[in-house]
Design a protein around this ligand. Structure first.
Ligand code: PGA
Length: 259
Protein backbone atom coordinates (compact mmCIF):
# COMPACT_ATOMS: atom_id res chain seq x y z
CA UNK A 1 0.00 0.00 0.00
CA UNK A 2 1.54 3.28 -1.02
CA UNK A 3 -0.47 6.20 0.21
CA UNK A 4 2.36 8.48 1.26
CA UNK A 5 1.19 11.05 -1.27
CA UNK A 6 -2.21 11.67 0.27
CA UNK A 7 -4.05 11.92 3.57
CA UNK A 8 -6.52 9.35 4.80
CA UNK A 9 -9.54 11.19 6.16
CA UNK A 10 -12.29 9.62 8.24
CA UNK A 11 -15.11 12.15 8.38
CA UNK A 12 -18.38 11.87 10.26
CA UNK A 13 -21.46 13.50 8.82
CA UNK A 14 -23.79 14.01 11.74
CA UNK A 15 -26.56 15.34 9.47
CA UNK A 16 -29.42 16.76 11.59
CA UNK A 17 -28.48 14.83 14.72
CA UNK A 18 -26.87 15.53 18.10
CA UNK A 19 -27.47 18.44 20.45
CA UNK A 20 -24.70 20.87 21.36
CA UNK A 21 -24.75 19.45 24.88
CA UNK A 22 -24.10 15.91 23.56
CA UNK A 23 -20.77 16.83 21.98
CA UNK A 24 -18.46 17.12 25.00
CA UNK A 25 -19.34 13.66 26.38
CA UNK A 26 -19.04 12.25 22.85
CA UNK A 27 -15.59 13.81 22.41
CA UNK A 28 -14.37 12.44 25.74
CA UNK A 29 -15.59 8.96 24.94
CA UNK A 30 -13.98 9.04 21.51
CA UNK A 31 -10.65 10.31 22.83
CA UNK A 32 -10.33 7.26 25.05
CA UNK A 33 -11.03 4.94 22.11
CA UNK A 34 -8.55 6.25 19.54
CA UNK A 35 -5.30 6.66 21.48
CA UNK A 36 -3.15 5.58 18.58
CA UNK A 37 -4.80 7.60 15.84
CA UNK A 38 -1.56 8.70 14.27
CA UNK A 39 -2.16 8.47 10.56
CA UNK A 40 -5.59 9.39 9.52
CA UNK A 41 -7.26 12.72 10.00
CA UNK A 42 -10.57 12.72 11.86
CA UNK A 43 -13.36 15.19 11.07
CA UNK A 44 -16.91 15.73 12.27
CA UNK A 45 -19.21 17.74 10.04
CA UNK A 46 -21.83 19.12 12.37
CA UNK A 47 -24.96 21.29 12.06
CA UNK A 48 -24.13 25.03 11.86
CA UNK A 49 -25.47 25.84 15.32
CA UNK A 50 -23.32 23.14 16.90
CA UNK A 51 -20.04 24.36 15.38
CA UNK A 52 -18.91 26.41 18.42
CA UNK A 53 -19.64 23.53 20.81
CA UNK A 54 -17.81 21.09 18.53
CA UNK A 55 -14.78 23.38 18.21
CA UNK A 56 -14.63 23.66 21.98
CA UNK A 57 -15.07 19.93 22.61
CA UNK A 58 -12.45 18.91 20.04
CA UNK A 59 -9.94 21.64 20.88
CA UNK A 60 -6.44 20.22 21.38
CA UNK A 61 -7.44 16.89 19.86
CA UNK A 62 -6.69 15.44 16.43
CA UNK A 63 -10.27 16.03 15.34
CA UNK A 64 -11.10 18.84 12.90
CA UNK A 65 -14.55 20.36 12.65
CA UNK A 66 -16.49 20.69 9.41
CA UNK A 67 -19.82 22.10 8.28
CA UNK A 68 -22.40 20.29 6.14
CA UNK A 69 -23.19 23.07 3.70
CA UNK A 70 -22.43 26.69 2.84
CA UNK A 71 -23.86 29.42 0.64
CA UNK A 72 -22.10 30.12 -2.65
CA UNK A 73 -22.25 33.92 -2.23
CA UNK A 74 -19.74 35.96 -0.26
CA UNK A 75 -22.32 37.96 1.69
CA UNK A 76 -25.60 39.78 1.20
CA UNK A 77 -29.36 39.41 1.40
CA UNK A 78 -29.64 35.61 1.73
CA UNK A 79 -31.78 35.10 4.80
CA UNK A 80 -30.93 32.00 6.78
CA UNK A 81 -27.72 31.24 4.90
CA UNK A 82 -24.10 30.90 6.04
CA UNK A 83 -21.05 31.98 4.05
CA UNK A 84 -17.64 30.37 3.65
CA UNK A 85 -15.98 33.32 5.39
CA UNK A 86 -18.25 32.88 8.42
CA UNK A 87 -17.23 29.24 8.70
CA UNK A 88 -13.53 29.96 8.23
CA UNK A 89 -13.69 32.77 10.77
CA UNK A 90 -14.96 30.34 13.43
CA UNK A 91 -12.13 27.89 12.79
CA UNK A 92 -14.00 25.38 10.64
CA UNK A 93 -11.67 23.42 8.35
CA UNK A 94 -13.88 21.25 6.13
CA UNK A 95 -17.28 21.68 4.50
CA UNK A 96 -19.41 19.06 2.76
CA UNK A 97 -20.58 20.25 -0.65
CA UNK A 98 -23.26 18.65 -2.80
CA UNK A 99 -24.32 15.87 -0.46
CA UNK A 100 -27.03 13.81 -2.17
CA UNK A 101 -29.55 14.86 0.49
CA UNK A 102 -28.92 18.51 -0.44
CA UNK A 103 -29.18 17.69 -4.13
CA UNK A 104 -32.40 15.72 -3.61
CA UNK A 105 -34.29 17.75 -0.98
CA UNK A 106 -32.94 21.25 -1.59
CA UNK A 107 -32.48 21.27 -5.35
CA UNK A 108 -28.71 21.64 -5.45
CA UNK A 109 -27.40 21.29 -8.96
CA UNK A 110 -23.93 20.65 -10.33
CA UNK A 111 -23.71 24.36 -11.11
CA UNK A 112 -24.45 25.32 -7.50
CA UNK A 113 -22.00 22.70 -6.29
CA UNK A 114 -19.28 24.25 -8.46
CA UNK A 115 -20.00 27.73 -7.08
CA UNK A 116 -19.92 26.40 -3.52
CA UNK A 117 -16.60 24.64 -4.15
CA UNK A 118 -15.10 27.93 -5.35
CA UNK A 119 -16.54 29.81 -2.36
CA UNK A 120 -15.09 27.24 0.03
CA UNK A 121 -11.62 27.11 -1.54
CA UNK A 122 -11.42 30.91 -1.79
CA UNK A 123 -12.12 31.17 1.94
CA UNK A 124 -9.42 28.62 2.76
CA UNK A 125 -11.83 25.77 3.57
CA UNK A 126 -11.43 22.18 2.38
CA UNK A 127 -14.57 21.12 0.52
CA UNK A 128 -15.63 17.47 0.69
CA UNK A 129 -17.42 17.15 -2.64
CA UNK A 130 -20.02 14.39 -2.81
CA UNK A 131 -20.78 12.55 -6.04
CA UNK A 132 -22.73 9.37 -6.67
CA UNK A 133 -25.24 7.55 -8.81
CA UNK A 134 -28.75 6.27 -8.09
CA UNK A 135 -29.56 2.58 -8.35
CA UNK A 136 -31.41 3.23 -11.63
CA UNK A 137 -28.37 4.97 -13.10
CA UNK A 138 -26.13 2.09 -12.01
CA UNK A 139 -28.48 -0.42 -13.61
CA UNK A 140 -28.58 1.64 -16.81
CA UNK A 141 -24.79 1.40 -16.95
CA UNK A 142 -24.17 5.16 -16.84
CA UNK A 143 -22.30 5.35 -13.51
CA UNK A 144 -18.96 6.20 -15.15
CA UNK A 145 -20.36 8.98 -17.32
CA UNK A 146 -22.43 10.44 -14.49
CA UNK A 147 -19.55 10.50 -12.01
CA UNK A 148 -17.26 12.05 -14.63
CA UNK A 149 -19.86 14.75 -15.28
CA UNK A 150 -20.32 15.47 -11.56
CA UNK A 151 -16.58 15.60 -10.86
CA UNK A 152 -15.75 17.76 -13.90
CA UNK A 153 -18.60 20.15 -13.12
CA UNK A 154 -17.63 20.44 -9.46
CA UNK A 155 -13.99 21.21 -10.28
CA UNK A 156 -14.62 23.48 -13.24
CA UNK A 157 -12.48 26.62 -13.08
CA UNK A 158 -10.21 25.39 -10.28
CA UNK A 159 -6.46 25.67 -10.81
CA UNK A 160 -4.15 22.71 -10.15
CA UNK A 161 -2.79 24.26 -6.94
CA UNK A 162 -6.34 24.55 -5.59
CA UNK A 163 -7.01 20.85 -6.14
CA UNK A 164 -4.77 20.04 -3.18
CA UNK A 165 -7.50 21.55 -1.00
CA UNK A 166 -10.31 19.35 -2.19
CA UNK A 167 -11.59 16.00 -1.04
CA UNK A 168 -14.00 13.92 -3.10
CA UNK A 169 -16.47 11.50 -1.54
CA UNK A 170 -17.95 8.81 -3.74
CA UNK A 171 -21.33 8.09 -2.23
CA UNK A 172 -23.65 5.84 -4.25
CA UNK A 173 -27.17 6.99 -3.41
CA UNK A 174 -28.41 3.45 -2.99
CA UNK A 175 -25.90 2.85 -0.20
CA UNK A 176 -26.61 5.95 1.90
CA UNK A 177 -28.49 5.16 5.08
CA UNK A 178 -29.69 1.86 3.64
CA UNK A 179 -27.29 -0.54 5.31
CA UNK A 180 -26.41 -1.68 1.78
CA UNK A 181 -22.73 -0.96 1.11
CA UNK A 182 -21.07 -1.01 -2.28
CA UNK A 183 -18.63 -3.89 -2.43
CA UNK A 184 -15.03 -2.87 -1.90
CA UNK A 185 -14.40 -3.63 -5.60
CA UNK A 186 -17.34 -1.50 -6.80
CA UNK A 187 -16.29 1.39 -4.55
CA UNK A 188 -12.64 1.17 -5.54
CA UNK A 189 -13.51 1.02 -9.24
CA UNK A 190 -15.39 4.32 -9.05
CA UNK A 191 -12.79 5.98 -6.78
CA UNK A 192 -10.14 4.90 -9.28
CA UNK A 193 -12.16 6.38 -12.14
CA UNK A 194 -12.41 9.67 -10.22
CA UNK A 195 -8.63 9.73 -9.83
CA UNK A 196 -8.29 9.05 -13.56
CA UNK A 197 -10.50 12.08 -14.32
CA UNK A 198 -8.37 14.28 -12.07
CA UNK A 199 -5.24 12.90 -13.74
CA UNK A 200 -6.58 13.86 -17.14
CA UNK A 201 -7.50 17.34 -15.99
CA UNK A 202 -4.56 18.16 -13.73
CA UNK A 203 -1.83 15.57 -14.26
CA UNK A 204 -0.55 12.51 -12.40
CA UNK A 205 1.13 14.28 -9.51
CA UNK A 206 -2.05 16.17 -8.54
CA UNK A 207 -4.22 13.09 -8.97
CA UNK A 208 -1.96 11.14 -6.65
CA UNK A 209 -2.36 13.71 -3.91
CA UNK A 210 -6.16 13.96 -3.81
CA UNK A 211 -8.03 12.19 -1.02
CA UNK A 212 -10.99 10.21 -2.37
CA UNK A 213 -13.37 8.82 0.22
CA UNK A 214 -16.11 6.24 0.04
CA UNK A 215 -19.43 6.90 1.79
CA UNK A 216 -22.62 4.90 2.13
CA UNK A 217 -23.26 2.61 5.10
CA UNK A 218 -19.57 2.38 5.95
CA UNK A 219 -19.37 0.90 9.43
CA UNK A 220 -17.20 -0.91 11.94
CA UNK A 221 -17.56 -4.25 10.16
CA UNK A 222 -17.00 -3.30 6.51
CA UNK A 223 -14.49 -0.42 6.94
CA UNK A 224 -11.32 -2.52 6.97
CA UNK A 225 -12.10 -4.13 3.63
CA UNK A 226 -13.14 -0.88 1.95
CA UNK A 227 -10.11 0.98 3.30
CA UNK A 228 -7.73 -1.76 2.15
CA UNK A 229 -8.38 -0.69 -1.44
CA UNK A 230 -5.73 1.44 -3.07
CA UNK A 231 -7.97 4.27 -4.26
CA UNK A 232 -10.20 4.55 -1.17
CA UNK A 233 -8.53 7.10 1.09
CA UNK A 234 -11.06 7.27 3.89
CA UNK A 235 -14.75 7.48 4.51
CA UNK A 236 -17.66 9.85 4.87
CA UNK A 237 -19.75 8.24 7.54
CA UNK A 238 -23.31 9.03 8.56
CA UNK A 239 -25.02 6.62 10.95
CA UNK A 240 -21.88 5.00 12.36
CA UNK A 241 -20.35 8.41 13.15
CA UNK A 242 -22.97 9.00 15.84
CA UNK A 243 -21.60 6.20 18.03
CA UNK A 244 -18.07 6.71 19.42
CA UNK A 245 -17.24 2.97 19.45
CA UNK A 246 -18.26 2.55 15.81
CA UNK A 247 -16.45 5.65 14.60
CA UNK A 248 -13.35 4.68 16.58
CA UNK A 249 -13.39 1.19 15.05
CA UNK A 250 -13.38 2.75 11.57
CA UNK A 251 -10.53 5.09 12.50
CA UNK A 252 -8.56 2.21 13.94
CA UNK A 253 -9.14 0.18 10.77
CA UNK A 254 -7.78 3.12 8.74
CA UNK A 255 -4.72 3.38 10.95
CA UNK A 256 -4.11 -0.34 10.59
CA UNK A 257 -4.11 0.05 6.81
CA UNK A 258 -1.49 2.77 7.03
CA UNK A 259 0.76 1.13 9.59
P1 PGA B 1 -24.51 6.62 6.03
O1 PGA B 1 -24.42 8.10 5.44
O2 PGA B 1 -23.15 6.25 6.50
O3 PGA B 1 -25.52 6.70 7.15
O4 PGA B 1 -24.97 5.72 4.92
C1 PGA B 1 -23.32 8.49 4.66
C2 PGA B 1 -23.53 9.90 4.17
O5 PGA B 1 -24.67 10.28 3.87
O6 PGA B 1 -22.57 10.68 4.07
Amino acid sequence: MNRKYRKTIIAGNWKMNMLASDIKPFAEELKALVPKAKWCEMVFCVPFVNIPAALKAFKDTRVAVGAQNLNENDHGAYTGEVSAAMLADLGVKYVIVGHSERRRYYGETDTTVNKKVHAAVNAGLYPIICVGESIEQREMGVTGELIAFQVKSALSGLAAEQIHKIVIAYEPLWAIGTGKTATAEQANEVCNSIRAIIRKLYGARTARSVTIQYGGSMNETNAAELLSKLDIDGGLIGGASLVPEKFAAIVNAANQEQA
